[in-house]
Design a protein around this ligand. Structure first.
Ligand SMILES: C[S@@+](CC[C@H](N)C(=O)[O-])C[C@H]1O[C@@H](n2cnc3c(N)ncnc32)[C@H](O)[C@@H]1O
Ligand SMILES: [Zn+2]
Length: 271
């Protein structure tokens, strides 16, 4: 990944003009706004007044360890299969540790370019290191500093969505691929309050919300049972939203836990 590759995805968060590589780890727009690129190869374009925060290092560590053990590999494989082979420019919104993007890129053509963004600078740093993608620290809830039509496919896995912005940054015929938990995902851990409840109809709600901007191509359910020991359950709880809510001292015994997600494939509709 070069700074010029990174700049190719980006527009100025102040004026919307394209950003270009101005050498010496700086991106600049024609109006003169300038941004430092981290020497590890990513840029932080979050507004100074943005108070949102992404996942912290402890959550990312838990996620890294849990995902590295392969418990969600069937989800990653199904996601990789859902990305069209023709997609040459892929954006991962809310990339986390980069686990899913790494899997997608491993099964994509060699010339595929990727931009990973997350609100957590530490997540972006890890993803850039793990995948070689261009990296951006940005807030999904704000207008994104990404150029119109810069992506052929946009992935978002267990992460926030901004459908009008996703529509804008996808090119004609671009694909939005969303992974959401189904109503039975981790239900054994939700039943006794160790994990937060999820609405049963997340995929349906997404389709309704997306309908003005995207056509549904299909929904694929990926469901299986995981055998998890006490430390894997600790990691699973530690990497999700429950990390902010749970009591310390969860069960230490082995358990069978359901993984069940929907992979929703949508096609950008021309406005
Ligand atoms: C549940 S994690 C999923 C991470 C990754 N996609 C995965 O499945 O391993 C949600 C991710 O979204 C990021 N995030 C939360 N709020 C965000 C926002 N407003 N804009 C961008 N990223 C955000 C978090 O930092 C975190 O990395
Ligand atoms: Zn500018």
């Amino acid at each position: 990944m070069s700074i010029a590759d990174l700049a190719d995805w980006l527009r100025c968060p102040h004026c919307g003009a394209s950003l270009t590589d101005a050498a010496q780890l700086t991106l600049r727009c024609a109006t003169g706004h300038a941004f430092d690129v981290n020497k590890r190869g990513y840029v932080n374009l979050v507004a100074a007044n943005d108070r949102m925060t992404g996942d912290d290092a402890a959550m990312l560590d838990a996620r890294d360890t849990f995902l590295g053990a392969g418990h969600f590999e069937p989800i990653r494989d199904a996601l990789a299969a859902a990305v069209p082979a023709a997609a040459e420019r892929i954006v991962d919104a809310g990339c986390g540790t980069g686990y899913y993007l790494a899997g997608v890129l491993a099964s994509a053509g060699g010339g595929t370019k990727a931009l990973a963004f997350d609100l957590s600078p530490e997540a972006v740093r890890r993803t850039v290191r793990a995948t070689g993608a261009s990296g951006l620290v940005a807030d999904t809830w704000r207008p994104l500093p990404l150029r119109d039509g810069c992506a052929d496919a946009l992935l978002t896995v267990f992460a926030p969505r901004n459908l009008p912005e996703f529509h804008r940054i996808l090119d004609a015929d671009g694909r939005l691929i969303v992974v959401v938990p189904s109503g039975t995902h981790l239900h054994e851990l939700r039943a006794d309050g160790r994990a937060l409840a999820v609405p049963a109809d997340k995929a349906e709600r997404l389709q309704e919300e997306a309908a003005p901007l995207f056509d549904l191509i299909g929904v694929e359910r990926v469901a299986y049972t995981m055998g998890l020991d006490g430390s894997a359950i600790e990691q699973l709880l530690g990497m999700g939203p429950a990390a902010h809510h749970r009591e310390v001292g969860v069960a230490g015994r082995d358990e069978r836990v359901t993984a069940s997600v929907d992979i929703v494939r949508l096609r950008r509709r021309v406005a």
